[in-house]
Design a binder for this molecule. Structure first.
Ligand code: ATP
Ligand code: MG
Length: 138
């Protein structure tokens, strides 16, 4: 049923729980796990040298999040971790169109500060537009 599972990971507690669940499903189904982490593009009006510095900071931060995912998912045999540039939901949906996963797993909430929300904006967008089933983890 599940051959390719896509996990959207932002390092948040919810995403960590989503990672544990996605890893369990991947093991049970013998599925490949594709982990995506997106970072926001740096506005180019910054100008040099600030632009290069800002890009370096964002890519380093993204690599740290990817490394956290790698530690959490250590031991999974078929694991791929990709860093994408762009607003998270758009990046996840684009990747889902290209890679055609059988399932997307993500947290209900992420790193956002608005405590009252039940669903974060990125999970809402992915849920609304995904081409496959979506599993939201709380
Ligand atoms: P908001 O971003 O709207 O302020 P939030 O941060 O609480 O709210 P979301 O960003 O929608 O909520 O996060 C929900 C889930 O979406 C996360 O648990 C994670 O699975 C995924 N996600 C969020 N941001 C990213 C990202 N940059 N890269 C990959 N996945 C992400
Ligand atoms: Mg967020």
């Amino acid at each position: 049923m599940f051959q390719l599972i896509l996990l959207a990971f932002d390092g948040s507690t919810h995403a960590q729980k989503a990672a544990t669940l996605a890893a369990d499903l991947a093991r049970r189904y013998g599925a490949r796990l594709l982990v995506l982490h997106a970072f926001d593009p740096v506005p180019d009006y910054l100008g040099e040298p600030f632009l290069q510095q800002a890009i370096a900071r964002r890519t380093e931060a993204a690599e740290r999040v990817a490394a956290e995912a790698r530690v959490l998912l250590e031991g999974l045999s078929d694991l791929e971790i990709e860093i994408l540039e762009g607003p998270p939901a758009e990046a996840i949906l684009r990747a889902a169109e290209v890679r055609q996963p059988d399932l997307i797993v993500m947290g209900t909430r992420g790193l956002g500060q608005l405590k009252g929300l039940l669903l974060g904006s990125q999970s809402q967008k992915v849920l609304a537009h995904a081409p496959c089933p979506v599993l939201l983890v709380r």
